[in-house]
Design a protein around this ligand. Structure first.
Ligand code: KG4
Ligand code: ZN
Length: 333
């Protein structure tokens, strides 16, 4: 039996999960609403909220899983990447819990865990497959050869896809995090209403900072002509921006699929919750002959379920960390 308690605290979600032999028994997520009024995550407030949330969240994860503390065989935690103060709360908790209960520790790379979230539910992808990981801090195309052999073959040179959504939302006067709101407005808009440029980036890499600037100038110039432009066109602007972000992502994914001759394609990370991306990926799959893997919503944005599953595979490989392990905000992939 391998029962793992997992902790996630890399950004603004405090989460705990219990997984038994690769099956998730609980996945409790406390989202920190405090950041909304600041228009983005405030690192110091995130650390404080993690400190307040961590014990009740872990207690709830254990209770929901209907296990006892003594049933736990190992403690997995996010070591990085993420905010240092936020990671420190989860890491310190995991270390203390492991020490007090005489359990081994498993350090998990948050970006590996986003990809390995595909091994929670069925159908599971078979190796090798490609995973487009799109979150608030990262945009990567990952070649996944095994549970422990993951290689980045394309990534962003500036903003992440989630940042492009969030920064666009800020320009449009929408609150943080903007991705889900743009998604919501886009469902009522025309994606062809306005045209935004596709950046010319060689190979499998991405760039989103130029798109953000073009949206900024577009809105500023149109508002000068008509002060109600934004108000009257919010759905069409959101639909058009979202359409451009998705086509940038899917065009690179098509290129990667052809270059590596791989047709098993997965998406992961917070932006994979986007309804437009999910439906365009599904229709692209028909044209390209892809088999696609899209995680359940609760495993797209930050969650400890994905840390638990990543921890489970490391547990099976006897890959443990020592009590001297420290968080690493810029841990290499
Ligand atoms: O993976 P995640 O929860 O945290 C990081 O590791 O960064 O991703 C958060 C990002 C945010 O930028 C948020 O705006 C975006 O995911 N996001 C979305 C949607 N839901 C979350 N973006 C577009 N559409 C959505 N439905
Ligand atoms: Zn994440």
């Amino acid at each position: 039996m391998a029962t793992i308690l997992a902790i996630e605290s890399s950004c603004d979600e405090t989460s705990a999960s219990v997984c038994c032999n690769g099956k998730i028994l609980s996945n409790v997520i406390a989202t920190q609403a405090i950041h909304q009024k600041y228009g983005g995550v405030v690192p110091e407030l995130a650390s404080r909220a993690h400190q307040q949330n961590i014990i009740p969240v872990v207690q709830e994860a254990i209770a929901t899983a209907k296990i006892h503390k003594k049933d736990i065989n190992a403690v997995a935690f996010t070591r990085g990447p993420g905010l240092l103060g936020a990671l420190l709360v989860g890491t310190s908790f995991a270390k203390a819990f492991a020490l007090a209960n005489d359990l081994p520790l498993i350090d998990v790379n948050h970006m590996h865990a986003h990809v390995l979230a595909h091994f929670i539910d069925d159908p599971k992808p078979s190796f090798p497959f490609l995973c487009l990981t799109v979150s608030g801090g990262h945009t990567q195309i990952v070649l996944v050869k095994s549970h422990s052999d993951l290689q980045i073959i394309g990534q962003t040179s500036d903003d992440a896809a989630g940042e492009a959504f969030d920064k666009t939302a800020k320009i449009l006067g929408l609150p943080y995090p903007g991705g889900p709101l743009i998604d919501k407005y886009a469902q009522q808009g025309n994606p062809q209403a306005f045209s935004f440029p596709e950046p010319k980036v060689p190979g499998l890499d991405f760039s989103f900072s130029g798109l953000k600037t073009s949206i900024l100038y577009f809105v500023r110039d149109r508002q000068k002509e008509d002060p109600y432009f934004l108000q009257n066109n919010i759905a069409d602007i959101c639909a058009s921006v979202q359409h451009r972000i998705i086509t940038i992502l899917l065009n690179k994914l098509k290129l990667a699929s052809r270059q590596y001759n791989i047709k098993d394609i997965a998406i992961a990370g917070g932006v994979s919750a986007n309804s437009g991306l999910r439906s365009m990926l599904t229709s692209e799959a028909v044209k390209e002959g892809w088999q696609t893997f899209i995680p359940a919503f609760q495993y797209c944005t930050d969650n400890a379920g994905m840390i638990a599953i990543a921890g489970y595979y490391k547990y099976m490989n006897n890959d443990f960390a020592g009590q001297d392990v420290a968080p690493d905000p810029r841990i290499p992939f």
